[in-house]
Write a protein that binds this ligand. Structure first.
Ligand code: MN
Length: 369
């Protein structure tokens, strides 16, 4: 819990990463098979290079060390997701086998610490039918609370109808899909480089938000949300910039497409963004511009659509929680961002209830029924 002007507010962090040895091995072999791949290079550094230890160690910790980091930050519950790009660099049946193993392992981790961890399942878009089945198994049988997909898969995006069995499954289960960044397809490598040939625009500098916002806009303009109106998408990093571009998307989509009877989507982009998307504040803290950015996003899409996330261990959990604690927002709005919105979106039990004394708990339970 964090202390917001004298009141204790529970905190759920929704984009918190981890790895397991089988993922590390599979990712390092994928990186070896694709030596010049943007993501392959990142994986080789974070998972296989001595300089990557400050990330590999906390990523690998699903026990005491991680709980300590959460306690120090005031985070009650972490929604865990496998490190990007998950199983999406894998080929063929490897992707499904790895996804199943990762999801089983994650469900075990959540069972060991049911009040501290929840989990997002991975799935292999490489095989849409098998992915849809795995989504159903992960939510129904394993009790995971949503899905994570790391943007493109071998250069393909989920607006392609061949992937829609996955949306059919997630919509039926009311399970949100977190579209997490990865680098753009390697064909764009030279455009992610500066004039000296250094890949200075890749990764979190610009490549991640470029790639992930592209994916989201592809879904929006393709009519995916007309076919699946209840589909829920989560975007990190303050919505990957999209809250800033909603007016422009609407204006250009209307004047450039819809007015001429073109464009696959029936409604305006901002209408889908309001109905089908929520955003998190992952990685946007510890900088003077973060509070104005948070206030802007809240004013454009509403505080009920903004969720807390740290992006551990790539961003400091403590700085993230402190940024929310000191945000220039009303107490009720901070509470929504801290935990209430996450409880609603991911169907999580009330964190406040777990902290309450037995008598308060009975009262809370009544209030929730
Ligand atoms: Mn992340």
């Amino acid at each position: 819990m964090i202390d917001v002007s004298g009141k204790r507010v529970p905190v759920i962090a929704t984009e918190e990463h981890y790895v397991i040895p089988e993922f590390v091995d599979a990712s390092l072999s994928a990186a070896r098979r694709a030596p010049n791949d943007l993501d392959g290079e990142d994986l080789a550094f974070f998972l296989g290079h001595p300089l990557g230890r400050p990330w590999l160690d906390p990523l690998s910790d699903l026990g005491e060390g991680r709980l300590r980091v959460m306690d120090e930050a005031g985070i009650d519950l972490a929604v865990l997701s496998l490190m990007s790009p998950g199983v999406q660099m894998q080929e063929g049946a490897n992707a499904l086998a790895l996804a199943r193993h990762v999801n089983d392992h994650l469900a075990d981790t959540v069972r060991r610490h049911p009040t501290r961890f929840a989990g997002l399942a991975v799935f292999p878009p490489q095989d849409p039918a098998a992915a849809a089945k795995e989504v159903e198994r992960a939510i129904r049988q394993l009790g995971l609370c949503g899905l994570v997909v790391n943007s493109h898969t071998h250069g393909e995006y989920l607006d392609d109808p061949k992937f829609w069995p996955i949306f059919e499954a997630t919509e039926a289960l009311d399970a949100p899909i977190y579209i997490h960044p990865r680098n753009p397809p390697n064909e764009l490598r030279r455009y992610m480089s500066n004039s000296r040939g250094e890949k200075a625009l890749a990764g979190g500098v610009w490549g991640f938000q470029f790639e992930t916002s592209l994916h989201a806009v592809r879904l929006i303009v393709s009519g995916v949300f007309d076919r699946f109106p209840k589909l829920k998408i989560v975007l990190g990093h303050m919505g990957e910039g999209l809250p800033f571009w909603l007016y422009r998307l609407d204006d250009m989509y209307e004047r450039g497409y819809r007015r001429h009877g073109k464009g696959a989507a029936k409604r305006l982009p901002s209408e889908y963004f309001a109905d089908n998307f929520v955003i998190t504040i992952s990685g946007v803290h510890d900088h003077p511009l973060c509070h104005p950015t948070l206030s802007y996003c809240c004013s454009v899409i509403g505080t009920e659509r903004v969720l807390f996330a740290a992006d551990h261990p790539f961003s400091s959990a403590k700085a993230a929680a402190e940024s929310l604690r000191t945000a220039p927002l009303a107490h009720e709005d901070i509470a929504k961002i801290a935990h209430e919105n996450a409880e609603r979106v991911f169907h999580l039990p009330s964190v406040a209830m777990q902290h309450a004394a037995p008598r308060d708990r009975a009262r809370e339970e009544q209030a929730h029924t």
